[in-house]
Ligand binder design. Structure first.
Ligand SMILES: [Zn+2]
Length: 238
């Protein structure tokens, strides 16, 4: 059981004030402070009996740690004019234009975005998501054919816990954010999920299959461990 309480502000040493959401939990044994690795949200969990004041007093002793965690998450890169977003290793700059067209247009390494101001972010997000589908789907189908197990349905998601998944029915889901990772990383995640079409486990046989589909497993996994969370900066407020 848990209950959300009012948000509070926490002052960091560098003068920044960050919002802290407070949550009461009947299961917590002690006061806990948590910084979301994907979005930099700060949460304070209060066990039974702990007051908001005690919780905040504890949080104030942890401001250096909070600042260090937030530095790891990095600032948000909103999908807005001037933002630079990586798409398969190419750095694309978002530019607003006078065009009435709602559809963003890619010209060399500039993504031209006309239309209304208030929908720029959602339209750029859709564009990146479509681009992810265009890159991931043919790869998954090709690799699936290679191992004699073509995928049933392929969908793009915005998952936080996993980059991809494979269902018993042979449906594959991928995070569209993978299109902002280097190409070998995208290839690896596709190979990983396609290999699950034959081996729905992480056995030695599974990894051998992944190796036959993708030459670069170790590097790609290392990249995801080190940089994966950074992909969640894009489209988030600064
Ligand atoms: Zn897996």
């Amino acid at each position: 059981m848990s209950a959300m309480l009012e948000n509070q502000m926490l002052s960091l040493a560098d003068g920044r004030n960050v919002p802290v959401s407070l949550r009461r939990s009947t299961r917590a044994r002690r006061i806990l402070l948590h910084v979301g690795v994907y979005d930099g949200t700060v949460e304070l969990v209060l066990p039974p009996g702990a007051s908001t004041r005690e919780g905040l007093a504890f949080a104030r002793t942890q401001t250096r740690w909070v600042a260090a965690q937030l530095a790891r998450v990095g600032d948000g890169v909103p999908f807005a004019d001037g933002a630079v977003i990586p798409v398969l290793g190419q750095q694309l700059t978002i530019r607003r234009t006078d065009s009435r067209s709602a559809l963003p247009v890619l010209q060399d390494d500039v993504l031209l975005v006309g239309g209304r101001d208030d929908t720029v972010s959602s339209r750029v997000k859709r564009w990146v998501r479509n681009r992810a589908m265009d890159e991931i789907k043919p790869r998954a189908e090709r690799m699936g054919t290679e191992i004699g197990r073509p995928p049933a349905r392929i969908s793009m998601r915005d998952t936080r816990s996993r980059w991809g998944s494979c269902s018993r029915a042979g449906n594959l889901n991928f995070s569209w954010r993978l299109v902002m990772a280097p190409e070998n990383v995208l290839d690896y995640v596709v190979a990983h999920e396609v290999a699950h079409l034959r081996e729905l486990n992480h056995s030695a046989r599974f990894w051998t299959l992944v190796d036959t589909l993708c030459p670069d497993v170790k590097d790609a996994r290392g990249w995801l461990r080190t940089h994966g969370a950074e992909l969640h900066r894009y489209g988030r407020d600064a």
